[in-house]
Design a protein around this ligand. Structure first.
Ligand code: SAH
Length: 353
């Protein structure tokens, strides 16, 4: 291999980078657009399949680049139709993504990091330490894999995307934004930004940055408690980013984007299942236009957390509705294959982690 330079992953190149490459090689600028379209819109894995590109140019590309792609290594189907993919990355690491079918929608839930650095006590992903950020193409490819499965198994198009898999998307900001750009661009999947939701444990500085960057997708916050003392115990990130700072960033977000915020909230027995917590949530919801998803707790081990009784969830709904706040109770999906919220932990891959 002496004298040969290391080949570059072509999917790290932007359209402008590719244009520069072709112009420097004495080719036409529009060649870049053709290649880019094969790489992103058509998700080609092989230069030789680029049928409108001359053999000579394909050889030139092969001499400089490789095409990295993720691979669905293992697929599990739940009795409720949910599909979980174990996705192998080019370096052998694995993340999980989930296809969630409902009557009206098919939603892709994708990961943004291998593991997670936040230590939310109730989440299985937190048990894996953060190993690395995903590249933009690795996030994008998870969506493409689910889009293909939606067509293959359900004969329906992918309608929604949630960044609610493994990892904290706002701690991998640049790659997540690039992935969303590709998902929404005509050269990529051409999806409407309003069909994408980014979920965060709440990093005020980055929420403000998103607002400044003029993003058009929706925002969800994993809240779980509107009382600092309780939230500190559930999500250590709250100790450095308390609710006051979160509120401040959400006001900023709403002022700039006019986009309503969703709060994700689990009611746990003995932790936040009393009126005091429900009222605190109702008050919290008044800072910016928002709605609440009351999500069911998915047990991750024999641990300290138990889903609160239905009567307590009903109490939350009643109090929120009395305050004019829209609250929906979300049933868990894919629990039998550990595909539900907070259950993504590469269980079938423990050997390599
Ligand atoms: N880090 C981001 C993205 C992960 S989203 C975030 O925190 O929003 C995963 C969602 O599942 C979050 O709302 C999280 O609070 C929730 N979750 C985690 N563990 C859970 C569990 N065991 N049962 C139900 N929901 C859980």
């Amino acid at each position: 291999m002496s004298g040969m330079t290391q080949k570059i992953d072509i999917r790290k190149y932007s359209l402008a980078d590719l244009e520069e490459f072709f112009v420097a090689k004495g080719d036409k600028k529009f060649r870049a657009k053709q290649v880019y379209d094969w790489l992103w819109n058509k998700s080609l894995k092989n230069f030789d399949e680029m049928s409108n590109i001359s053999k000579e140019t394909r050889e030139l590309l092969k001499a400089h680049f490789i095409i990295n792609h993720v691979k669905v290594d293992h697929m599990q189907r739940s009795t409720d139709g949910t599909i979980k993919n174990a996705v192998k990355l080019f370096d052998g690491k694995v993340v999980e993504s989930v296809l969630i079918p409902t009557e009206k929608r098919i939603t892709a839930c994708v990961s943004s990091q291998v593991g997670c650095s936040l230590d939310c006590n109730f989440c299985a992903t937190a048990r894996l330490k953060r190993m690395r950020n995903l590249n933009a193409d690795e996030i994008y490819d998870q969506v493409v894999a689910i889009k293909d499965e939606a067509e293959q198994y359900f004969n329906r198009p992918l309608t929604n995307i949630v960044l609610m898999g493994m990892g904290e998307p706002l701690l991998n900001y640049q790659n997540v934004m690039q992935a969303i750009d590709k998902i929404t661009s005509p050269e990529g999947l051409g999806m409407a930004p309003r069909r994408i939701t980014l979920s965060t444990a709440g990093i005020p500085k980055m929420i403000k940055k998103m607002a400044d960057d003029g993003v058009k997708f929706k925002l969800a916050i994993s809240l779980h408690s509107a009382i600092n003392e309780t939230r500190n115990k559930l999500m250590p990130i709250n100790e450095v980013n308390p609710l006051e700072d979160l509120i401040d960033s959400l006001k900023y977000w709403y002022q700039k984007t006019k986009s309503i915020v969703t709060y994700e909230y689990v009611v746990w027995e003995g932790i936040n299942d009393d009126e005091r917590h429900a009222l605190a949530l109702a008050n919290f919801c008044k800072y910016v236009p928002s709605k609440v998803n009351l999500i069911q707790y998915n047990p991750i081990d024999e641990g300290d957390f138990r889903q609160a009784a239905q009567s307590k969830v009903d109490m939350y709904v009643r109090i929120l509705e009395n305050h004019g706040i829209v609250a929906k109770v979300r049933k868990s999906r894919g629990q039998d294959i550990d595909a539900a919220c907070g259950q993504l932990a590469n269980k079938n891959e423990t050997a390599i982690l």
